[in-house]
Design a protein around this ligand. Structure first.
Ligand code: ZN
Ligand code: ZN
Length: 256
């Protein structure tokens, strides 16, 4: 399984992109930094887009992607839970801002939205996908993605503390989770459903206790203004847990 980190921040600027991950060039997760990271040809290769939740930094490229696919005669399946479908179709894809790509062209609409249920394994383009709820202000799911050759990752999406219930259902070799701000923002993290390095440490300790191991760990969703402090605090967590924890960067590519 080939994983590309297209966008790894919570803010977009010349130097940073919002969240998007790409698996084996065909499966995208979240659409915060998708179109600006992929050539038109690469966008046409996409088969499916999984959305963790409805926040703008995770969905904003859907209209741009739809227009590109439409002009090239392509289509894509978008998967998420029902509340995300409701929000995205009511405010972003309702036809007021751009063509209604869920119905255009009528014979073969560019976008096909498929609702998935939490805790139910589905197969999407040969990958086994398990959506699990995480703690965030709007309904949010993390995804365990298992490739046809048995490699497995879990991406939490945006999440606050309280991942123990998720850990019971997954056994990934690779964990991609978020750290949005440094430790001094712990109250903000708890209120807004995000992790700091110290909150992450507690979640990882529970992972180790429940699963008996720690996976490879990559972090995303950093606030670029605070990234230096986050990196320093994350290295301290990694050292204390005896496990490597890496901050992902735009364009980073790893292979499982
Ligand atoms: Zn969010
Ligand atoms: Zn976010």
């Amino acid at each position: 399984m080939d994983i590309k980190f297209l966008g790894v921040h919570n803010c977009e600027s010349k130097e940073t992109k919002c969240i998007s991950l790409l698996i084996d060039d065909i499966l995208a997760i979240d659409a915060g930094g998708l179109t600006s990271s992929l050539s038109l040809e690469a966008q046409q290769k996409l088969k499916a887009l999984l959305l963790t939740h409805q926040h703008y930094d995770h969905i904003k490229d859907i209209p741009a992607l739809a227009m590109n696919l439409f002009l090239d005669g392509g289509t894509i399946n978008i998967y998420s839970i029902a509340p995300v479908f409701e929000a995205v179709t009511s405010y972003l894809l309702d036809g007021k801002l751009y063509p209604k790509f869920l119905e255009t062209p009528p014979a073969k609409p560019t976008l096909n939205f498929k609702i998935i249920e939490t805790h139910q394994m589905v197969t999407i383009n040969g990958y086994k996908i398990l959506a699990l709820p995480v703690g965030h202000p709007t309904p949010t799911v993390g995804y365990q993605i298992t490739s046809p050759d048995g490699k497995s990752l879990f991406y939490t999406g945006d999440t606050g503390p309280g991942l123990a219930e998720c850990w019971r259902h997954v056994s990934p070799q690779l964990l991609i989770t978020e750290v949005t701000a440094p430790n001094m923002y712990e109250d903000f993290g708890r209120e807004s459903g995000h992790l700091t390095p110290s909150l992450l440490k507690q979640e990882l300790a529970q992972f180790q206790e429940i699963k008996g191991y720690l996976p490879q760990i990559y972090l995303v969703h950093m606030n670029p203004r605070l990234e230096r402090e986050i990196a320093a605090e994350v290295s301290a967590v990694a050292a204390s847990m005896g496990n490597e924890i890496k901050l992902a960067y735009e364009g980073m590519q790893i292979r499982l």
